[in-house]
Write a protein of this length. Structure first.
Length: 213
């Protein structure tokens, strides 16, 4: 029986959307508006941590078992690893550009961040498309359900709880009712309770503030 990897595509949907919106949000910040720059930069850091932990989970928990089970298709897995390296390079560039812009909200620094985000998004979209087309079918065929579940457990274990609530809200934002039910069902009961009690309202306040412009 093949593993259902559809939840990965729901997560990718959020990364596609937020990588686009970050470009628009940064570009809209007026020169000198450091308060607004801090808000947008903080959202970038949440996005960056979510993407880093997502890819780190794949590096540690997805690629090794796949490489052990595939033969001529190993090139697909190795290409995914190389794409992660290219994405990391774009994030390293942003790690320098975003604080420089956040400090004074200068127009030149803002434009540098916008350009770096655009480059990042182009590399990211290529990777997400390739992963969904070539890698996920391999994972569905060769991994166990438990191995697939470890990816989500890794994200939960390596993400601060407040950031995790934000990231979960981002993933749920465009999910269909069936997709929302599916994602909520795999959460431990206490985490589901926290989401319903405080997570949803906290996320709504956060994202309204981020997208206020």
């Amino acid at each position: 029986m093949s593993v259902d990897t559809g939840d990965m595509e729901i997560v990718h949907r959020a990364f596609r959307r937020e990588s686009r919106l970050l470009i628009e949000l940064v570009a809209a910040v007026a020169p000198g508006d450091t308060a607004r720059a801090r808000v947008v930069a903080g959202h970038f850091r949440d996005y960056r941590l979510g993407l880093h932990n997502h890819h780190q989970g794949e590096d540690e928990l997805l690629w090794p078992p796949l490489l052990a089970r595939v033969d001529w298709q190993a090139d697909i897995v190795l290409d995914m690893q190389a794409q992660h390296d290219r994405i990391d390079a774009t994030l390293t560039r942003l790690d320098a550009a975003v604080p420089a812009w956040e400090a004074g909200a200068g127009a030149d620094e803002r434009d540098t961040v916008v350009a770096a985000l655009a480059d990042h998004r182009a590399v990211l979209l290529h990777h997400l498309d390739a992963e969904e087309t070539t890698l996920l079918p391999l994972a569905a065929q060769h991994l166990t359900q438990q191995q697939w579940a470890w990816l989500g457990e890794h994200m939960v274990a390596h993400t601060p709880k407040r950031t995790l609530l934000t990231l979960f809200g981002l993933v749920l934002e465009e999910a269909s009712p069936a997709e929302r039910a599916r994602l909520l069902a795999v959460l431990p009961a206490p985490v589901r309770g926290i989401w319903h009690l405080i997570g949803r309202a906290r996320y709504a306040r956060h994202i309204n503030r981020v997208r206020a412009a």
